[in-house]
Design a protein around this ligand. Sequence first.
Ligand SMILES: Cc1cc2nc3c(=O)[nH]c(=O)nc-3n(C[C@H](O)[C@H](O)[C@H](O)COP(=O)(O)OP(=O)(O)OC[C@H]3O[C@@H](n4cnc5c(N)ncnc54)[C@H](O)[C@@H]3O)c2cc1C
Length: 498
Amino acid sequence: MTGLVMPDLDRAVLARRDGIVHALRAIVPGEGVVADPTSMRVYESDGLTAYRQMPMVVVLPETVDQVSRVLAYCHAEGIKVVPRGAGTSLSGGALPLGDAVLLSMMKFNRVLDVDFPNRVAVVQPGVTNLGITRAVEERGFYYAPDPSSQIACSIGGNVAENSGGVHSLKYGLTTNNVLGLEMVLMTGEVVRIGGRHLDSEGYDLLGLMVGSEGLLAVVTEVTVRILQKPETARAALIGFPSSEQAGAAVAAIIAAGIIPGGMEMMDKPAIAAAEAFVHAGYPLDVEALLIVELDGPAVEVADLLVRVEAIANTHGATECRLSTSEAERLSFWAGRKAAFPAVGRLSPDYYCMDGTIPRAALPLVLRRMGELSQTHGLRVANVFHAGDGNLHPLILYDANIPGELERAEAFGADILRLCVEVGGVLTGEHGVGVEKRDLMGTMFGEDDLKQQQRVKCAFDEKQLLNPGKVFPELHRCAELGRLHVHGGALPHPDIPRF
Ligand SMILES: Cc1cc2nc3c(=O)[nH]c(=O)nc-3n(C[C@H](O)[C@H](O)[C@H](O)COP(=O)(O)OP(=O)(O)OC[C@H]3O[C@@H](n4cnc5c(N)ncnc54)[C@H](O)[C@@H]3O)c2cc1C
């Protein structure tokens, strides 16, 4: 792994591997325990493929009771556990640890109940994001958060990463669409929070769990909100002579009280790549392209499109096309949806970043990113959820050229620092994982981080669930209870800092 320091391997656990595998097989019989290196190879990385690590053993439970017993056993024996869904995380959240059980939840793949009158679906965590829509679309419903990976990623992973997509601007991220969870704590206890109702009394534990990146509990059931499909959806394809003008138009559309179903932006390199790839009919003489989708009753959509066009024109748009058919709307989206693989054709490798900024900072950030591109000597293409201020710069590099991966990582880190500097955050939807772990200090002070770790301790006192992710330093829970530093000496110097 390039420069990534993970917690030290627990040699005592590794020495007991055969016995551990045997004990796990007693809990999850049949093919539910995978221990030979060849079969485990497919689990060695997630979507952040720059980092690879073979797990100690892979376990694929099928029942909540099995999850509970596996966790209780690992808790008693001091064995680390890394939960995993479909393994599409782009931040390394599901990266295995060499001395840990990799707990794959993909056999939890059933839709348990669809409750149309209450507009909820109850699903197991291994159901794919798109699988939920597929289960309810016959009656005109859908599940709104739509990550581009929706055909593959699991709802359990979505919960852990608080995933979003094009429609999150209007319909919210995962956190706004999950109503209840069943989860198993590291001790093996099964806990339920929320349900089919809108709000719960007491602390907002549901809010805490969504986005907790597999560090607090293993999710075994998810209750989600389902929505009725809007009557109409139409899109505008708008070209601008500069990214600054496109960014200003985005802010003005929102300021006018219009909340599009999606509002996406691409810069010139991304437009050229997408057009060459799918021939979507994008204009090639513009510096920035906006796709603005309005959905709702047909009359309202028609009115809003006219207003969006007028706002775009006042911000210097040089081209504006309004979709007049479903086929045309889909053709506007075709290039955007293919943008990542299209950019992949420009260079052997690319590194997808994910930071969020206040919308008004978009022009400044794009300019500074151009300067950083010069400094690091690497090209960058920009595709982003403009309405949310969620950037996805794609840094182009060649892993076969020594040093380029490290330069791409340094460039990415500078972009994320820039996001924080302008009042934004390190991640919009991909999570911290291992990728942004060491940058957490640019956003949070030491006290903030310790307070967050105390929350982790409340759920997982032995720090066995997905350690090495999110937090740049490991603190023992006992240490976090005593914060006195005597004579400037760091307490517990034996604890690994990574
Ligand atoms: C091509 C591509 C496009 C993408 N586009 C988007 C996008 O548009 N928007 C977006 O938000 N993301 C996107 N992603 C990132 C990724 O798909 C999401 O983060 C997704 O939610 C991960 O789901 P997963 O099932 O693959 O989880 P994994 O990668 O397996 O795991 C992700 C995290 O969730 C934890 N986890 C998984 N299951 C459970 C569980 N049952 N209980 C507790 N913790 C669990 C893991 O420990 C890990 O920390 C994209 C990824 C790719 C490869």
